[in-house]
Design a binder for this molecule. Structure first.
Ligand SMILES: [Zn+2]
Length: 1038
């Protein structure tokens, strides 16, 4: 905690203070501490057998999470009488000003953060929880005022929200607010925030566990005792298995630090193909005849497939300074390894723009054919070698803000008049500096204390929120687990896997009196459990009415973890056997979710649902639409669309209410059949949660992933009751939310800033402010040089995913392809320095855009051959996907495994990637392909039996079991393969579900469907696609 200090006084050192939640406490003092823990992982082992206690996670930072705050903040004198303090609460007359207009408790009819977005079909506004919302800036929809009139901008949080098309509420100027609660979708590259630190707590002998008797139909009854199933060990050896670890490099001291790149990343790589490459552009030669309209397209034999642009292999991590010589430094590729030094701009993990220079005019932007959008992930996981985000406490007055636009103090606010005033970098308004914040200016015009104050020299800081920012006391951390115990769930082992995973993550929950838990099970009825310590054993409370649900007394079923831990562990041990004889095939999923919500409504929190079968009875019951859709094939594409849309509005209406009460829902689907993903995924999407899918669930191979996913869900950086707003400097507006756009850019810089108001899991109310300043340009060529491929592609991917449920697939494909060719055409026409029409000329920074666009058109979401649930999952997955995972999803990484032993890869566990083309797959080879979510292990027909023996302990491919579980055998090849998989898991922050694929069967076809460079039923080959793109550019040129 940073205490405010009087002007000129030395500032307390931040280093020994607790960091904000995105930071690994263990790495603050010693960046190796976490690495050491990570290295002890054995990620491939399944979780401990059911019934064993979770392993205590090594204590990492005793001070973290505790209410202690280091040096006690120096109290900041209040504003002098009569002196309006900028940043004080907005006048009551201001529209929807945050705190004054907000209700002071859970709303009765009025949502706490303004009305909730309805999102019929349109782009879904991600709640604050969104890992990667992207406010898109764009051309104006109407005439534009030269500057915002005073008061036109929203005052703090609480103005009518955002977003997407069809959003009611009218224009909102400068800023978009997203509302959500609970957990945040998958974070970025670096896994495993060690947020909770617990010592072994399992020494107590278990009390009597529960009976195996099936639940009785009505009313409450106590559970009879039986002898303990198993005595949990007092301690558990080893580190928790599967804690998502981190790439080897980052976690140690950066071994290979190199100076930050001065130019743009793309320009640093030597062009890998083409002739006479000129600066900032790439070329490939295409016979000119192909380029002529109407000309027949000869075979692509004249293009050497080995000379076309392909992604390179990753290199060792670089240190990236966000600003250099007072200028924004363009970020390294999102997928690369880098360590950020915040020298005035935020880390690109938090905000990343599709173009690292801002076009001065709308015309310039539209001419470029590129989109201007900002990828925002305010709680992205930082790298352990990075400095913690500093927390600044302004005392009672709260952070200094512009009194007009409410922009937060940041490094780009300009102090004038000997520091007595400051000019807002967003709206240009001049405010008086609060008296106690005054500081003289140095000869360079900066405040003399600028380098000591994080809010004046860092792109990201966190302010301690004052009462003004609270509608109630910060909410406690509430975790409610809801488990399917229908016949199918029990018989497939899904219930046992869920109970086991929950059992193990209990030790990851924050400790202390602020952590509450609850648990319920459901089949055709809902069963709550009274976990109060006073009871000898948990009491089951059955809710039979699934049309009009009620809930038992909240204080009985949502209980402090410290009070109910033993009861909870026993219950989790017993549930699978309690329902063992269940013959209930029905599921009251919707009613159960609603009932659990009612139980946690007054507090808010995370609701984690484990679901195995289609919701068939009660509220929100669904039908097997997929089968009906298939039967009605004549309806064709139109009907398929409907299957990708929610069946009705029931679950959406429920979800909106959940979000209003700060309840976030995550759903873990462990199914064997259709569950109508399109309908149920609305709940996580609306509440800032996430969907996990294990299909078809295998009790053999899926439990480790289920456990790891749950653990990451609970331990990654996250916040509760969050509100986010993006502000931009004059001349630029968040178009998607406001519909306004200023043509004129009066200043030479543009500064998107994102403010996230949230509550940490330890109950601290914080405002995380991230600021990004980018230069403006009048030059089209600068825009192309500053193009950010990863952000542009992520933006394209998300737009396509949004459109799939409402548009014909060929149309979505065409739009993606047009997006690609428009940008390339603009470059070709206005920037390319070579004019031969036979050449396809690509901007260096975007040379891979055609490849990724092609891959997108062949991706799961845009193919019709898959399951409807599979496509719905893909669409939903994309909506919360972080930028670094966008490209891998459609253009996975493929590496060869059979020759791992022969390769001596310098400085990297991973061999270089292989192009995704079947030409590169040998019958004698074993290959591993991963997209950040799934891993496919492909075994050719004629693999040497020695290799098979080493990798699988069987002599022939036919003998490898189809339900593959990765094992490590005592030989070098097997060890290296395990190292490779673990390294990928660390990099992707994902456990990966590994499937075996054999040539010649269905699984082999699945693998080959990822060979996006091949010509397939779903599209042309890469070379053919380049020819197509080239021809389209030629057509436009003429
Ligand atoms: Zn302002």
């Amino acid at each position: 905690m940073v205490a405010p200090v009087p002007p000129g006084a030395p500032r307390p050192n931040n280093q020994h203070n607790p960091g904000p939640p995105s930071f690994f406490p263990g790495s603050q003092g010693n960046s190796n501490a976490l690495a050491d823990n990570m290295q002890n992982l054995s990620m491939n082992r399944p979780p401990p057998p059911f019934g064993q206690s979770p392993q205590p996670f090594p204590q990492q930072s005793p001070s973290y999470g505790a209410p202690q705050r280091g040096p006690s903040p120096v109290s900041r004198p209040g504003p002098p009488a009569g002196m309006g303090r900028p940043g004080g609460p907005p006048p009551v007359s201001q529209p929807a000003g945050f705190p004054l207009n907000r209700p002071t408790g859970p709303p009765s009819s009025q949502p706490p953060f303004g009305s909730r977005p309805s999102m019929p079909g349109g782009p879904v506004p991600q709640p604050a929880a969104s890992s990667s919302g992207f406010p898109a800036f764009g051309p104006p929809s109407g005439s534009v005022p030269a500057g915002p009139p005073p008061g036109a901008r929203p005052m703090g949080y609480g103005s009518p929200p955002p977003p997407g098309s069809g959003m009611p509420g009218g224009p909102v100027s400068n800023g978009h607010q997203m509302v959500g609660s609970g957990g945040f979708p998958r974070g970025s590259q670096f896994p495993g925030a060690a947020v909770s630190a617990q010592q072994a707590l399992y020494a107590q002998p278990p009390a009597a566990p529960f009976a195996r008797a099936p639940p009785q139909p009505l009313g409450a009854h106590s559970l009879p005792s039986t002898p303990p199933l198993m005595s949990p060990p007092a301690t558990f050896p080893g580190a928790p298995h599967g804690r998502p670890a981190v790439s080897g490099l980052p976690y140690g001291p950066p071994s290979a630090q190199v100076p930050p790149p001065l130019g743009f990343p793309g320009s640093m790589q030597p062009p890998r193909y083409g002739m006479r490459p000129l600066p900032n552009q790439s070329m490939t030669t295409i016979p000119s005849a192909m380029g002529q309209p109407g000309a027949s397209v000869p075979g692509p034999s004249r293009i050497d497939p080995n000379q076309i642009p392909r992604p390179g292999s990753s290199s060792s991590p670089i240190v990236f300074e966000t600003r250099h010589s007072n200028q924004a430094n363009p970020p390294p590729p999102a997928t690369s390894d880098y360590i950020v030094r915040d020298t005035g701009n935020c880390s690109p993990r938090y905000m990343r723009c599709t173009i690292n220079q801002i076009p001065c005019t709308v015309d310039l932007l539209s001419t470029s054919g590129m989109q201007l959008a900002l990828m925002v992930q305010p709680l992205a996981l930082s790298h352990p070698s990075e400095e913690p985000i500093q927390v600044v406490d302004f005392g009672e007055g709260g952070p200094v803000r512009c009194s007009r636009c409410k922009g937060y103090i940041n490094p780009f606010m300009k102090f004038i008049d000997q520091g007595r005033k400051f000019v807002c970098n967003f709206c240009g308004y001049t405010d008086e500096t609060p008296r106690d914040y005054h500081c003289n200016l140095g000869p360079d015009g900066r405040r003399r204390d600028a380098d000591e104050r994080p809010e004046l020299c860092r792109g990201t800081v966190e302010f301690v929120a004052t009462k003004e920012y609270m509608v109630r006391d910060p909410m406690p951390a509430v975790y409610f687990f809801l488990i399917d115990v229908s016949m199918n769930a029990i018989q497939t082992g899904a219930t046992a896997a869920a109970c086991n995973a929950i059992q193990q993550v209990l030790s990851d929950l924050p400790e202390g009196p602020r952590t509450f838990v609850g648990i319920a099970t459901f089949d055709s009825t809902i069963h709550f459990y009274n976990l109060k310590r006073a009871l000898q054993q948990p009491l089951m409370l059955i809710v039979p009415d699934v049309q009009d649900v009620y809930t038992p007394l909240e204080t009985d079923v949502v209980v402090q973890l410290s009070e109910c831990r033993q009861h909870l562990e026993l219950l989790l041990d017993s549930i699978p056997t309690m329902f063992q004889e269940s013959k209930t095939p029905e599921s009251a999923f919707g009613a159960a979710v609603q009932a659990a919500f009612l139980a946690m409504k007054s507090k808010g929190g995370k609701l984690m649902v484990f679901q195995s079968v289609l919701c068939s009875v009660g509220i929100g019951a669904l039908s097997s639409r997929e089968a009906e859709g298939r039967a009605n094939t004549s309806a064709g594409e139109k009907e398929a669309h409907k299957l990708l849309q929610p069946a009705d509005k029931t679950l959406r209406t429920m979800a909106i209410e959940f979000a209003e009460y700060q309840v976030c829902v995550d759903i873990f689907i462990t199914s064997q059949a259709y569950v109508d993903m399109a309908s149920i995924s609305v709940i996580p999407r609306t509440t800032g949660g996430q969907v996990y899918c294990y299909y078809p669930f295998s009790a053999l191979s899926d439990p480790p992933k289920l456990y790891n996913d749950l653990k990451w869900n609970i331990t990654r950086p996250q916040g509760f009751e969050a509100v986010m707003r993006v502000r931009c400097s004059q001349g630029i507006q968040v178009q998607e939310y406001s519909g306004n756009f200023c043509k004129r850019i009066p200043t030479d810089i543009d500064l998107p800033a994102c403010a996230l108001l949230y509550t940490t899991i330890y109950g601290e109310r914080r405002i995380r402010v991230t600021t990004l300043s980018l230069p403006c340009t009048n030059m089209l060529s600068n825009l192309f040089r500053a193009a950010d491929l990863d952000s542009q592609f992520a933006c394209m991917l998300k737009q396509a995913a949004n459109e799939i449920p409402s548009k014909a697939i060929p149309l979505v494909k065409e739009q993606a392809t047009n997006g690609c060719t428009n940008a390339l055409y603009a470059y070709r026409k206005f920037c390319a320095t070579v004019t031969s029409s036979g050449q396809l000329i690509l901007p260096e920074a975007l040379k891979l855009l055609p490849l990724y666009t092609l891959a997108l058109t062949k991706s799961v979401g845009l193919r019709t051959d898959g399951r409807i649930d599979g496509r719905s999952f893909w669409i939903n997955y994309v909506s919360s996907l972080s930028t670094p995972l966008a490209v891998p999803l459609v253009y996975p990484r493929m590496i060869s495994i059979h020759d791992l032993e022969e390769k001596d890869i310098e400085g990297s566990v991973l061999p270089p990637p292989i192009p995704l083309s079947s030409e590169h797959i040998s019958n004698e080879g074993v290959y591993f392909l991963e997209n950040g979510e799934d891993g496919l292990l492909y075994v050719g027909e004629s693999v040497d039996s020695d290799i098979l023996q080493k990798l699988f302990a069987v002599p022939s491919a036919a003998e490898i079991p189809n339900q593959y579980v990765l094992q490590q055998y005592d030989n070098q090849l097997s060890k290296k393969f395990n190292d490779v998989v673990n390294e990928i898991r660390r990099q992707r922050c994902s456990y990966l579900s590994i499937k075996l694929c054999k040539k010649g069967d269905q699984s082999g076809m699945l693998f080959l469907s990822y060979m996006v460079e091949d010509r397939t039923a779903s599209g042309p080959s890469y070379v053919e696609f380049l020819v197509q793109v080239h021809r389209q550019i030629q057509l436009k040129m003429n």
